[in-house]
Design a protein around this ligand. Structure first.
Ligand SMILES: Cc1ncc(COP(=O)(O)O)c(C=O)c1O
Length: 394
């Protein structure tokens, strides 16, 4: 499977990601009514395939026009009532954003923060769970600001042990389909994700998968959902109807984006299923980390078990700033991303390796690593002779 990349730079940021030609074609189909049987079938299949992607038989996918952030709003507005406690495990920029979003809907948020490059110790999480009753706990599976992998399985186990009524909400925007997640087996209640990362299709769709337990919490609310567009009570009949292959209207679905997502999910699942997709991301990420170490550099994620398989954030030598490096990568046909951690943004850069760039033999990751090595050389860092540099002290 190819992707049209010969005359334009490769997009190797941590999302949006490169897309296959068939996905691009699905995104440029003619105007189609949201009631057309062809669309109804495609939408129904998307809902079913998303269950497979996250590993659930019974949870309810919501597929709504918007970006990943809309999933934060959906979770906050539908599952939390003003004044209720929420524990946010924050490993960086996106953990902080999720906490801000929860507060916007009146949650009393406790932020359990980790140092950049680290994640919370499970003992700290257990202590927090013993100290207070939380309506929900959030884990950012990959915080895209650092490339640190959250311990979803470990946290879900602790919640079951210490506070079984608490909902486990996972921000999987930069993780779903790149990192292992077994929704039913691990006891997850909500996965928030988006179309433009490891799901391999264009931006434009907010995907949230909610457990029956989470839907029970919605039903048992004492107060109305404080939102209109993202009220799951409005969307639930729509999702059920499309899954039963009947159109139903609440707000216009993003028809072409759903066609494109349908194609990318089919391609992903026909490539040997999720186990092979996860394994391909693991192999690709290992290759990227090995190159980073050969360049004499360190990942922002401070230990191998903290490194994401979806992306890698790399500390730069003190003499180089991200703003010096990125144009040199671009000149070599590769778009990478700068840092986004407050106060540290210039000191590191980020490489995305999700979707077809990770799962297919298309040369994208080789091109990215070659361009990065050459750009580092041009900035004065000798990758050939480099020893391991010491990561900056924060
Ligand atoms: C972990 C994480 N959460 C949430 C978001 C927000 O998603 P979006 O930019 O699609 O609104 C992002 C975006 O990169 C992300 O990486």
């Amino acid at each position: 499977m190819s992707n049209s990349s010969s005359s334009r730079p490769l997009c190797m940021i941590p999302g949006p990601v490169e897309m296959s030609d068939t996905v691009l074609q699905s995104n440029s189909t003619p105007a189609t009514a949201h009631t057309d049987p062809v669309f109804v079938e495609a939408f129904g299949q998307v809902i079913e395939m998303l269950r497979t992607v996250v590993g659930t038989k019974t949870a309810q996918p919501f597929v709504i026009a918007g970006s990943g952030t809309l999933g934060w709003d959906q979770s906050a507005a539908n599952l939390v009532e003003a004044g209720e406690n929420v524990l946010v495990l924050s490993n960086g920029y996106f953990g902080e954003g999720l906490a801000d979003c929860m507060e916007t809907y009146g949650a009393q948020v406790t932020r359990l923060r980790a140092e950049p490059g680290q994640r919370q110790q499970l003992a700290q999480v257990a202590q927090a769970l013993r100290a207070k009753k939380y309506k929900l706990v959030t884990v950012t599976q990959v915080d895209t600001s650092t490339g640190v992998l959250g311990d979803v399985k470990g946290v879900a186990e602790l919640v079951r042990e210490h506070s079984p009524e608490t909902l486990v909400v996972v921000d999987g925007v930069c993780a779903t389909a790149a990192e292992r997640l077994y929704f039913d087996a691990w006891g997850v209640d909500v996965v928030i994700t988006a179309s433009q990362k490891a799901l391999g299709s264009p931006p434009g769709i907010s995907v949230v998968v909610a457990s029956q337990k989470a839907l029970g919490v919605l039903k048992a609310r004492q107060t109305p959902v404080p939102a209109y567009y993202i009220n799951w009570n409005r969307w639930l009949p729509i999702m059920k109807s499309y899954e039963d292959r009947a159109a139903k209207y609440f707000a216009t679905p993003c028809v072409q984006a759903i066609f494109a997502l349908n194609t990318s999910l089919k391609e992903m699942l026909s490539d040997g299923g999720m186990e092979s997709v996860f394994a391909a991301h693991e192999r690709t990420a290992a290759r990227v980390r090995s190159a980073v170490h050969k360049w004499g550099l360190e990942t922002v994620a401070a230990a191998p078990e903290l490194c994401s398989n979806a992306m890698t954030a790399v500390w730069l030598p003190a003499s180089i700033q991200a703003a010096d490096l990125l144009p040199k990568l671009k000149a070599r046909g590769v778009v990478a991303a700068g840092g986004i951690l407050a106060g540290q943004a210039h000191r590191y850069f980020r490489l995305g390796h999700m979707g077809i760039s990770a799962t297919r033999d298309n040369g994208n990751v080789d091109a990215m690593l070659k361009a990065a090595a050459e750009a580092l050389e041009e900035c004065g860092h000798s990758v050939a002779t480099a020893g391991r540099s010491t990561p900056p002290r924060l």
